[in-house]
Design a protein around this ligand. Structure first.
Ligand SMILES: [Ca+2]
Ligand SMILES: [Ca+2]
Length: 293
């Protein structure tokens, strides 16, 4: 009898479970069984869609480990920091509209590079990505004037391991190429008078080609002058009584003076030391004054 009673209890519990569970399978909404067992499912109300953001993104290359300045319509917007590979990537949320953005920066030596401008229209809810920006290299020369035969060195910063082409005008259309090092530094020395640089005023600027083949904007333009290395005329520096300009006033000069003695407008104009159009005792006395022996 005891085992039969237990069996009837088990069947009863089983029935209750079946009775309770089956409706929950049929209906996923809230259901209640006739006893203590219940199954509920909460359906999340759908979230309202987020207002899409209007974003402008700038990615590109400049100078390693440097700080760039970003302007919007000529007004400061934010700073941008580049990494050791000279890369930058910044996204900014702003109101839709048409803007002119300006980006420029300095290299690690504080030398300012050229300015990059771009005008774009931002549409509502759209992320506008401006990629492939490559600011022009920084550039400076170690001198502004160089004599023929002397060396002038141009240098600056760009993205690391880039080919830098230096353009000298107006004499040349060819460029001089160098590769920037791991720090982005480039440096190129030219010899004035050789390397196609004639005497006169010159301008120099450069651009860079990254390892990926991206070509930068041009650098700023700098100017320098090449001058002829002319031997100074020794007579310009000599004593007025040093008639042969050898640095001495002696018997050689005296003999020249005697050669032109009493001549008017002598062929060797230096013999007329006081420039009164005659070689005479006055010139002789001046010579004595400067006499070095
Ligand atoms: Ca002399
Ligand atoms: Ca004279």
């Amino acid at each position: 009898m005891r085992s039969i009673k237990n069996a009837s209890i088990i069947v009863g519990v089983f029935f209750v479970l079946i009775f309770s569970i089956i409706p929950s399978v049929v209906n996923s909404d809230t259901v209640s069984g006739s006893h203590s067992v219940s199954v509920s499912a909460v359906v999340q109300a759908p979230q309202p869609p987020e207002e899409p953001k209007t974003v402008v993104q700038f990615t590109g290359l400049a100078y390693p480990n440097s700080e760039l300045t970003l302007l919007r319509n000529g007004t400061f917007l934010t700073n941008i920091t580049t990494n050791s590979s000279a890369e930058f990537d910044i996204a900014i949320e702003m109101n839709p509209g048409t803007y002119t953005f300006t980006i420029y920066g300095e290299d690690v030596n504080g030398l300012a590079g050229p300015i990059f401008n771009i005008s774009v229209t931002l549409n509502s809810g759209v992320t506008l990505s401006i990629t492939g920006i490559f600011l022009g290299p920084t550039i400076e020369a170690d001198r502004t004037s160089v004599k023929t035969g002397e060396t002038i060195t141009f240098s600056g910063y760009t993205a690391p391991n880039s080919q830098v082409d230096l353009f000298i005008s107006p004499e040349t259309v060819d460029s001089y190429s160098i590769t920037s090092n791991n720090n982005g530094l480039w440096s190129l020395s030219l010899i004035a008078g050789e390397d196609l640089m004639n005497s006169g005023n010159h301008q120099a600027r450069s651009n860079a080609t990254s390892g990926n083949g991206d070509i930068s904007e041009y650098s700023k333009t700098i100017t320098f002058t090449v001058t002829e290395d002319v031997e100074p005329n020794p007579c310009e520096l000599a004593s007025p009584a040093d008639l042969n300009c050898d640095g001495h006033v002696n018997l050689v000069d005296f003999s020249i003076l005697m050669f032109y003695w009493q001549e008017k407008n002598p062929a060797n104009a230096r013999a007329d030391i006081n420039k009164d159009d005659i070689v005479n005792i006055v010139d002789f006395s001046i010579m004595m004054f400067y006499w070095t022996g």
